[in-house]
Design a protein around this ligand. Structure first.
Ligand code: TYM
Length: 331
């Protein structure tokens, strides 16, 4: 079976709707056709300061959300990055074939470090994309399902894979980004030309899966739209309406064109009401299942331990090959 791999950071109390629609909803069906590796990148999380207790809790809540959303540990390898030491080890080697200028061109780093100022920006944040390349290349996946904001990082991973292969001989698979155009960027409800993100200026633009659904319904009902009345899919002219259509379509599985046809003669209130209802229907059982998984921590720990063991079987092979090729002594 070909492989896929992807990860989602444990940096918030809940996944948001962008994480769900842009990433996890793509991951679930890929389990059927691929040998899937999904993980919680806690090493990435500490590139900005984290409270240790919170980080541990959020890592477990992250894993519980993946399980609740349909990642099946019997079919996929579900693990936590720090429990597989090969990630940090390969990152060092890859860092040594990454140009300083090349890393400096990463737009996510430029944006984040500009916001934080250079004294609050860590070296870890700078080398973050190199660690991400290690995450991926260790498992030799053919595809990496991510949202649009990870495209440039994926490009770097591909460049590093190809560079290592040409310098040391065929070692890594050069992975393809698996980015589904329609859902790769879910927008902020209050500012529908910016991506939905936990660090947005107003919390009202953000939908968290684990929030009280009443809060989310309110946020959807106060989403920014436009001054027309017509419901049609046109992201350039009608970003707010188009975003709601994308969200509702992803949550219900109804194609956007069918939704639009059904709204003939109806108004934005209907669109918002139906989208809110679709959200409540999806998150209500997910919230329950998350609580069930969290109630049995011993079982959750066992799932993650066995995921880490399986991940290490694959990653330690790749790392041994890499160490050998760069000229380290054989053990
Ligand atoms: P993270 O944790 O920020 O986001 C997890 C996934 O959610 C996607 N995403 C979105 N998709 C659509 N619309 C949005 N508004 C939106 N916001 C987030 C992201 O594109 C991502 O797919 N660096 C990664 C984590 C990572 C990783 C990896 C991913 C570490 N190592 C190896 C893939 C492979 C990140 O910070 O994602």
């Amino acid at each position: 079976k070909p492989r896929v791999l992807s990860g989602i950071q444990p940096t918030a109390d809940s996944f948001h709707l962008g994480n769900l629609i842009g990433a996890v909803q793509q991951w679930v069906p890929l389990q059927d056709e691929y040998d899937a590796f999904y993980f919680i990148p806690d090493l990435h999380a500490i590139t900005v300061s984290q409270d240790p207790k919170e980080l541990r809790r959020r890592t477990k809540v992250g894993a519980a959300q993946l399980l609740a959303l349909g990642i099946d540990p019997r079919r996929s390898t579900l693990f936590v990055q720090s429990q597989v030491p090969e990630h940090a080890e390969l990152a060092w080697v890859l860092g040594c074939i990454t140009g300083f200028g090349e890393a400096s061109r990463m737009t996510q780093f430029k944006d984040k470090s500009a916001k934080q100022g250079s004294d609050n920006t860590t070296v870890g944040l700078f080398t973050y994309p190199v660690l991400m390349a290690a995450d991926i290349l260790l498992y030799r996946p053919q595809r990496v399902p991510v949202g649009e904001d990870q495209r440039q990082h994926l490009e770097l991973s591909r460049d590093l894979a190809a560079r290592f292969n040409s310098r040391y001989g065929d070692t890594f698979v050069v992975p393809e980004a698996h980015i589904v155009k329609e859902t790769a960027k879910i927008y902020d409800l209050q500012d529908p030309t910016s991506k939905m993100s936990k660090s947005a200026s107003s919390p009202n633009g953000l939908i968290n899966l684990l929030d009280d659904p009443k809060v989310s319904v309110k946020r959807i009902k106060s989403a920014v739209t436009d001054n027309e009345r017509e419901i049609r899919y046109d992201p350039a002219a009608k970003p707010g309406v188009s975003n709601l259509l994308t969200i509702q379509s992803s949550l219900t599985g109804t194609p956007v064109a069918d939704l639009v046809a059904g709204y003939e003669g109806k108004g934005y209130g209907d669109l918002k009401g139906d989208t809110a209802e679709a959200l409540v229907e999806v998150v209500t059982p997910v919230r329950e299942r998350v609580n069930e998984y969290l109630a049995d921590e011993a079982e959750l720990d066992r799932v993650l331990a066995s995921g880490a063991e399986r991940a290490r079987q694959v990653s330690s092979d790749t790392l041994a090959d890499v160490y050998d090729k760069v000229g380290f002594l054989r053990t």
